[in-house]
Design a protein around this ligand. Structure first.
Ligand code: PEP
Ligand code: MN
Length: 447
């Protein structure tokens, strides 16, 4: 019955279209057995929660909220430990308080968490010291270890992804509703950060936030309401076998929702109008995103919006612009203007990470803090000029003290990258750099 309803709702129509970036599964029967099991398991998130997020994203599209979406480029199963998850949540909550002050609006918190395990890759193989193996496609497909066996796509990993997502979500729900997220506590962490002489430049904003928090308390503000927050889960909906297997018909509305996460996005490499990803995402009712790089045209943006949000529902569609700091001021205006002129409801986010990646002299894939900030600045400039709304930002970060992005107050240089470079795919802002970015964007927002 459910499967028939899903088929009737078009959840399988994507099979008629070309799906890029899918692994070459060596054993189709094993894949079918796993996806069959995944069709039976409980949903990871609920349709009603996705609807709440859609309304929040609609508010961000009107300038009544600001979105902070952040987390790893690629989550790693073995790193889904309590400490690391807590550090990531803590970082996102700290950034959110700082941004709330700058934006003077609620900040919608979305983790690239509890499902961000599938990675699009630019090459199918990787060569090291004369040995060529299949590329690492994320923990949901294979292992990053450079051995032949590790790189074979293993469908059992889809089931592992489900279980690791479930335990991650369990911790997210506990941390965000169990006292950890209390505004005063998060603010105290920020005060600790700004009290470090190295970060004295952020003391002024921290002091202003402190005054605001104390004023709220003195005026009888309801701190009970500020003890819990919502942190939504998101990932790139890349692996269609997995996404389809976790799609369920919502009993309230009768519509299909992809219950692997609240918010799903289509990556820059899989956003073809006639591709399987766009087709699949057009059929699910979650709020969704599309990454748009510098080659996207205004016509592309309008066509994607018409295809993915034909009823023009506010909050349904988010465009995540990832142009590069050197291109954003030229490449973004035609897109924003075309969407604006067509009267399409789109929430715009900036991803200041993916257009700014390069290889350092010593060979690390990295980004520069100042370049990241420059792309955010350009994003705001473009929207101010067009009279449109900069709805939020999407960043790759971790709560740990890694050294993957160059710059910031600690001024990580090429040599410093070697100290603690851990990412398996793209470089992430560390805890300090994330807070610095939040303080600087907060200043931009309030300017
Ligand atoms: C990503 O978000 O990790 C990613 C691969 O981004 P994009 O699709 O924008 O290249
Ligand atoms: Mn990435």
């Amino acid at each position: 019955m459910t499967e028939a309803a899903l088929a009737a709702a078009g959840a399988d129509s994507y099979l008629q279209f070309e799906a890029k970036q899918q692994p070459a599964w060596p054993d189709q029967d094993a894949l079918a057995r796993t996806t069959e099991r995944l069709r039976q398991v409980p949903p990871l998130v609920f349709a009603g929660e996705a609807d709440v997020l859609r309304d929040h994203l609609a508010a961000a599209g009107r300038g009544e909220a600001f979105v902070l979406q952040g987390g790893d480029c690629a989550e790693i199963f073995a790193e889904a430990t309590a400490d690391r998850i807590r550090n990531k949540i803590k970082t996102i909550l700290q950034m959110a308080v700082i941004l709330t002050y700058g934006a003077s609006t609620p900040v919608i918190k979305i983790g690239r968490m509890a499902g961000q395990y599938a990675k699009p890759r630019s090459a199918d193989t990787e060569t090291r010291d004369g040995v060529t193996l299949p590329t690492y496609r994320g923990d949901i497909v294979n292992s990053s270890a450079f051995t032949e066996e590790a790189r074979i796509p293993n469908p059992e990993r889809l089931m592992d992804a489900y279980h690791v997502s479930a335990s991650t979500l369990n911790l997210i729900r506990a941390f965000t509703h169990g006292g950890f997220a209390d505004l005063r506590r998060v603010h105290a962490w920020n005060k600790g950060f700004a009290a470090n002489p190295a970060y004295a430049r952020y003391e002024k904003v921290a002091a202003q936030i402190d005054r605001a928090v104390r004023f709220m308390g003195a005026a009888g503000g309801d701190f009970d309401a500020l003890k819990t927050v919502d942190l939504f889960a998101s990932h790139e909906a890349l692996l269609l076998d997995y996404e389809r297997a976790l799609t369920r018909i919502d009993s309230r509305t009768g519509l299909p929702y992809d219950c692997s996460g609240h918010f799903l996005w289509i990556g820059e490499r899989t956003r073809e109008l006639d591709g399987a990803h766009v087709e699949f995402m057009s059929k699910i009712a979650n709020p969704i995103g599309v990454k748009l790089g510098p080659t996207a045209t205004g016509a592309d943006a309008v066509a994607l919006a018409e295809r993915l949000n034909p009823d023009n529902v506010p909050g349904r569609l988010t465009f995540v612009a990832r142009m590069g700091a050197d291109k954003v001021r030229d490449a973004l205006p035609p897109l924003v203007e075309a969407v604006r002129d067509a009267g399409l409801a789109v929430t715009w986010l900036t991803d200041p990470m993916h257009g700014n990646t390069f290889t350092s002299e010593s060979g690390y894939k990295t980004r520069r803090f100042d370049t990241i900030l420059d792309e955010v600045t350009g994003f705001f400039e473009v929207h101010r000029a067009a009279g449109t709304i900069p709805g939020g930002m999407h960043v790759e970060l971790t709560g740990d003290d890694v050294t993957e992005v160059m710059g910031g107050t600690e001024d990580i240089d090429d040599e410093g990258l070697a100290r603690r470079y851990e990412t398996k795919v793209d470089p992430r802002l560390n805890h300090q750099q994330s807070l610095e970015l939040a303080f600087q964007v907060s200043e931009l927002l309030s300017a």
